[in-house]
Design a protein around this ligand. Structure first.
Ligand code: ADP
Ligand code: ZN
Length: 207
């Protein structure tokens, strides 16, 4: 199964991706994770894109498409994959259509106010990767699950969040119609809790 998760930043794509990949045994391909990994390892790519990502803007299309193309050629993607964060604009969607067509595109509809609240209060664990909200853990610097260090993602500051939401609205939102026209869209209401969203997705996929 070849799946794409579509939605605004903070719409819950990452959470559902983890569930779905575990259940369906699909490799999770997150362009954001690939970029952040390169930034952490200070590779040539990482050095080039750090400021772009921290500001909440998109990495260049040609570079992003090449990275995904290369990743999808890996043997573990032969029987399917779950793309999270790609494509993010019409150019990338058309590029993908030229080398590999997705089966289903799951779109998360979430109110912009909910997203803004989620992102500006998001906290992550450096050790286990879990995601929390200050509503639940306050300003604690210790992960409730593993004791690891809690940090704020560089692009979760209010200015970058505004930019990411604006870029989403302008460039990514039109993909919903693009895939609807192809008859591939599975739309879910992402304002609800994760269990209900997952149930909707599995039902939509006929699982
Ligand atoms: P979020 O969805 O929370 O914004 P991601 O981890 O998906 O987080 O992406 C983080 C950042 O990585 C984006 O704001 C952007 O700068 C970059 N990025 C990720 N995917 C793409 C893509 N397909 N095209 C261009 N830039 C991307
Ligand atoms: Zn942890």
């Amino acid at each position: 199964m070849k799946l794409i998760l579509l939605g605004a930043p903070g719409s819950g794509k990452g959470t559902q991706a983890a569930f779905l990949c575990g259940k369906l045994h699909l490799p999770h391909i997150s362009t954001g994770d690939i970029f952040r990994d390169n930034i952490n390892r200070q590779t040539a790519l990482g050095v080039r894109i750090k400021n772009i990502i921290d500001a909440g803007d998109f990495c260049p299309d040609d570079l992003t498409v090449e990275i995904v193309k290369d990743r999808l050629l890996s043997p573990d993607c032969k029987n399917g994959y779950l793309l999270d964060g790609f494509p993010r604009n019409i150019f990338q969607a058309k590029a993908l259509d030229e080398f590999d067509k997705p089966d289903t595109v799951i779109n998360f509809d979430v109110d912009i106010k909910v997203i803004h609240h989620r992102l500006t209060g998001r906290r992550l664990c450096r050790k286990c990767g879990n995601s929390y909200h200050i509503d639940n853990i306050g300003e604690s610097k210790i992960c409730p699950s593993c004791g690891g260090e809690i940090y704020v993602r560089a692009d979760d500051n209010p200015v970058s969040v505004e930019e990411r939401l604006a870029v989403y609205q302008e460039q990514t939102f039109p993909l919903k119609e693009y895939y609807e026209k192809q008859g591939k869209l599975l739309n879910v209401d992402g304002n609800r809790n994760r269990e209900l969203i997952l149930a909707d997705i599995l039902k939509g996929l006929g699982i």
